[in-house]
Design a protein around this ligand. Structure first.
Ligand code: SAM
Length: 198
């Protein structure tokens, strides 16, 4: 399966769990990735940049948008004991792995992964994401407007986007949509962006 199609679990590809070990914000995590899910057997470079260039969020309601096998939201749940994390992904294998990982890490009481149609109607203090750029600009824009609209008035979104995948134009576009967006960091060809409600 090519990475271009990671967002739709292909039932023709056998489902194999592949372990990943990572240290995020100083905490070692043992997780399972899987075939047919983004970043099989590794933490994505963009996601690593996101971790390296940020501190964990303040306690609150957190959304991990496009969670894959769960590393971002799970790292938050482990690092921030008073955080409650909702993670969404269209890939059902990703959702399964993320929930299994939450149980293995002992954070399942504060973490749930769901497909978008099953997400609770909730507001979020923070949205964290390595967003699915490859779904195309229009779909990405619709996705971001849908979920950024769920931020609380003081809320913020933290995203990592490749510069060559349109990180700078996305930053401008978010500002034009009424979400002032600053660049928190730039490393290894990735931009870490922070968007706030106006
Ligand atoms: C770049 S990957 C990031 C995965 C994971 N957060 C990480 O850092 O490794 C983006 C994820 O978004 C998911 N995705 C694609 N379209 C989506 C949509 N409409 N709603 C939610 N998630 C979506 C993909 O299945 C994929 O797992």
């Amino acid at each position: 399966m090519s990475d271009d199609h990671y967002f739709s679990a292909d039932p023709r590809v056998a489902f194999e769990r592949v372990p990943v070990e990572a240290t995020v914000w100083g905490r070692p995590l043992r997780l399972m990735s899987g075939s047919g899910v983004f970043a099989q057997g590794r933490v994505d470079i963009g996601t690593s940049v996101l971790f390296r260039e940020t501190d964990p969020p303040a306690p609150g309601r957190i959304l991990d948008l496009g969670c894959g096998w769960g590393v971002i939201g799970l790292a938050i749940a482990v690092a921030v004991p008073d955080a409650t994390v909702t993670a969404v992904d269209v890939n059902e294998r990703a959702v399964l792995l993320a929930n299994e990982n939450a149980a293995a890490l002992g954070v399942a009481d504060r973490y749930v992964a769901v497909t978008p149609d099953a997400a609770p109607a909730a507001s979020y203090d923070e949205i964290w994401s390595n967003p699915p750029i490859r779904i195309g600009k229009q779909a990405l824009h619709e996705l971001l407007l849908t979920w950024l609209g769920r931020l609380t008035p003081e809320g913020r979104a933290v995203m990592v986007v490749g510069k060559n995948l349109g990180g700078d134009s996305l930053q401008r576009w978010l500002g034009e949509q009424g979400y002032p967006t600053t660049r928190l960091a730039s490393a290894k060809g990735f931009r870490v962006l922070e968007s706030r409600r106006p």
